[in-house]
Design a protein around this ligand. Sequence first.
Ligand code: NAD
Ligand code: GLY
Length: 377
Amino acid sequence: MNASSATKNIETLNVALGERSYDILVGPGLISDAGLHIANVIPQPRVVVVTDENVAPHYLGPIMASLKNANIDATAITLPAGEESKSFAMLEELSESLLELKIERTTTLIALGGGVIGDLVGFAAAVTLRGIPFIQVPTTLLSQVDSSVGGKTGINSRLGKNLVGAFYQPLLVLADIETLDTLPRREVLAGYAEVVKYGLISDAGFFDWLVDNGASLIDGDAGARIHAIITSCKAKAKIVAEDELELGVRALLNLGHTFGHALEAETGYSDKLLHGESVAIGSIMAFDASQRTGLCRVEDFEKVRSHFESIGLPVGLAHIKGSDWTASRLLEHMSRDKKVKDGKITFVLVRAIGDAFVTSDISNDAVAGMLEDYIAN
Ligand code: NAD
Ligand code: GLY
């Protein structure tokens, strides 16, 4: 840790993956000090910073200045914001732009933005020149607690979400919590769904802490934010170190995602339903399916639903604009999920808050029956 970090109270975690291990730094001021941290890990003092048009006005200037102060040659590319950018077309545009800039195999890409930029830029780094280094500088709550850590990169196909991609680890993650101050409240809430996920999967104590502190975290309490981000990143770093390629325990991180991805596909990956919002509804559905099949107590389902409702997260389909839901179409989306095995859809279900498990042992009829209830209400 350098002197500047020490004075700013930066927490450092490590993702232990042998030669591909890397640090996650969490705290304030990391964008203005980015050059110092990045200079320590890049193989060549040349980077390309890729960001989106909402993030650029706030953070592109400061990061470019910091890189310049650290004698790093930096070029910037700004892309359109939004889930639509996780597309083949945008991947092509980005890769061609990088090649036009005559990047070399030791030039580093920096993803400055939320999960969309992180996933797209990470995938461009994985495939351009057959792989160049990249660094994550996540600027949303969701990307700080989840998408920037663990090396899942990719884009959406017209047949489904994240269906094209690669496991490709970054060199470093810089999570500057001050960037959350400019994040719209709806996006903070959406990211909160991924924070709660860690409690729901395996840490009932963290869920209880969130019930007490979630509202102040969302309202901007820096201490609560740091605690939640560090707890989430520690949980994720541990799981990724154990199971980088999702052959086992990592699948638990998909709690709510099988349902959620189907909802996102049906709403066209648009701002009708943000990714984190779909995870919130999907997590409620996972608890509901678990209590309906006698796997978990109804009290646990109700406790989670009541926390989501009180915090302002969606728990059903009623308020999603302009969607003509049918259970069969939702199931059709689920049947294209990456985790389908031998034709059976895989779900993450729960025995209790903090006790999730993976199963294909639930019938499509049971799932369809539950979906019909959500559509009717
Ligand atoms: P996002 O990247 O679209 O960001 C949300 C919105 O906030 C965008 O409009 C963005 O321009 C804006 N924004 C970002 N930072 C800002 C800031 N500091 N101030 C103001 N505006 C800001 O969405 P997201 O929720 O960060 O990420 C969602 C994506 O992450 C989805 O595509 C999802 O599939 C992916 N994801 C990936 C993983 C993984 O492991 N790779 C995990 C979870 C989610
Ligand atoms: N967000 C799920 C994972 O990284 O595995």
